[in-house]
Design a protein around this ligand. Sequence first.
Ligand code: HEC
Length: 135
Amino acid sequence: MLSVSSVITRPAVLLVAALLLNACSPAADASETDATKSLPPIPPTAAATETPAGADAAVLAAGQALFAQNCAVCHGADGKLGVNGARDLTKSNLNAAGRTYMVVNGSVSGVMPGFKDQLTDEQITQVVAYSLTLK
Ligand code: HEC
């Protein structure tokens, strides 16, 4: 079986590393204290909402159930709840790879836990596919 976490998280790690390196470069404008200001916009191709699993109805149904069990407590069933600073998932620009990285590893702040020990690769693919349908 295709391992989602190994296939998808690696480029995401490289992307994060590249962004961090970019943010730390000496050429960065010293007057920009907000690190996010120096980040380039997400290219349209990276913001595409295709997932490895596509939008298969069975995948989305499984993902919806997983979302209700694991994610809705903070994000809400509709993705908009925002408990403890949880992002509004209907406004997220993250594509499938970015969301998978987030669900596998959790947030840098540690507020959102990683689910790599709770969910299988297949389940993570399903819940990410479902999260991309929240608009
Ligand atoms: C304990 C609360 C909590 C739970 C449970 C939780 N999240 Fe989160 N989530 C957060 C918080 C807080 C953030 C913002 C983290 C940050 O920016 O540091 C976040 C951010 C995200 C993001 C990034 C959005 C963006 O555009 O930056 C995604 C995607 C996401 N969560 C998906 C999920 C999914 C899918 C689940 C279930 C498998 C889940 N979350 C479970 C709290 C939670």
